[in-house]
Design a protein around this ligand. Structure first.
Ligand code: ATP
Length: 291
């Protein structure tokens, strides 16, 4: 199926948080059923992660991510959200279960495959992780290093890479800042640079660990909208951990809720509300947030 030319309407475009406006369907978006026809790009079964000899941080977690969907990972502090994200790129120790990520079997990687896997996964972090003294353009270009080798930063990037990086900056709305040092940008702009850098990798999957935790409400909405647009237009699944429930309800297709290392909730966002998500936080409404 083509994710760029779907013809039917979808309930996955519901935005329950937008002033109570009734769901609008968008004929350009793929339906959930269409997405499910694709093979999952992430398939995790009964995943168990334990640091050393400690009690497992994740125990029996199963999860699939399909092309084009944006999925929120919710849960109280310490529930295992970052650990789950890290485990998908081999940064957390898997001690049981099965995990297949963008075609690689994480429990049975051959030599060199971990680097290949990581180069196919775009990662977005709360603190943007840009090199502040380097230009915005160079920061985006560094996204190409995983596939073309570290010497390129010294030897220079190709004209094609520069054109692509500028196109990506245009796409995220900050091409006019291309030559500015990254540190001179606002937090929201820096996160857009980080997203452009991730796209420079030609990722098959994007993992965004609390990408809006340092941003004001308006910026949070616009960054999440950008990520959702990328998921849909490029067919890239985006897994995003969030602490603000209304943002998750408004901007994602599905919500996966962790409590103490186990999945408690896994439902389309349109079928959930703050009350349904309260058990993730042992009933405390602390994370409903004001955004
Ligand atoms: N490298 C590590 N070594 C040992 N324990 C760890 C390590 N990383 C995380 N943990 C533990 O794993 C548990 C889950 O942590 P994790 O960071 O995944 O939670 P989280 O849901 O992302 O939390 P937060 O929302 O606060 O970021 C915590 O008890 C934490 O102390």
């Amino acid at each position: 199926m083509s994710l760029t030319t779907p013809t039917t309407t979808t309930a996955a475009t519901t935005h329950p948080g937008r002033g109570g406006v009734a769901a609008q369907t968008d004929a350009r978006q793929p339906t959930t059923a269409q997405l499910r026809e694709c093979l999952p790009l992430v398939s995790v079964r009964d995943l168990r992660v334990a640091y050393g000899k400690n009690t497992p941080v994740l125990d029996g977690v199963s999860l699939e991510l399909f092309p084009g969907e944006m999925v929120a990972l919710l849960g109280a502090s310490g529930s295992g959200k970052s650990t789950l994200m890290k485990s998908l790129t081999g940064f957390a120790p898997i001690s049981g279960g099965a995990a297949r990520v963008v075609g690689y079997d994480l429990t049975n990687l051959r030599r060199g495959q971990l680097r290949e896997l990581r180069s196919g996964v775009g990662q977005i972090f709360q603190q943007f992780n840009l090199v502040g003294r380097l230009s915005v353009l160079t920061n985006v270009l560094t996204g190409a290093l995983g596939s073309s080798g570290p010497l390129n930063l010294v030897g220079g990037f190709t004209r094609e890479q520069r054109v692509r990086a500028l196109d990506l900056l245009d796409r995220v709305g900050i091409a006019h800042k291309a030559q500015d040092p990254a540190r001179s940008l606002s937090g929201g702009q820096q996160q857009r640079v980080a997203i452009a850098r991730a796209l420079m990798q030609n990722p098959k999957l994007i993992l965004a660990d609390e990408p809006v935790a340092s941003l004001d409400p308006a910026m949070s909405h616009s960054v999440l909208e950008l990520l959702r647009e990328i998921a849909r237009e490029d067919g890239i699944p985006v897994l995003v951990s969030l602490h603000v429930i209304p943002l998750a309800l408004q901007h994602t297709d599905r919500i996966v809720g962790l409590r103490r290392g186990e999945i408690l909730i896994a439902d389309p966002s349109a079928r959930l509300d703050a009350a349904a998500l309260a058990p993730l936080y042992d009933g405390a409404p602390a994370t409903e947030g004001a955004q």
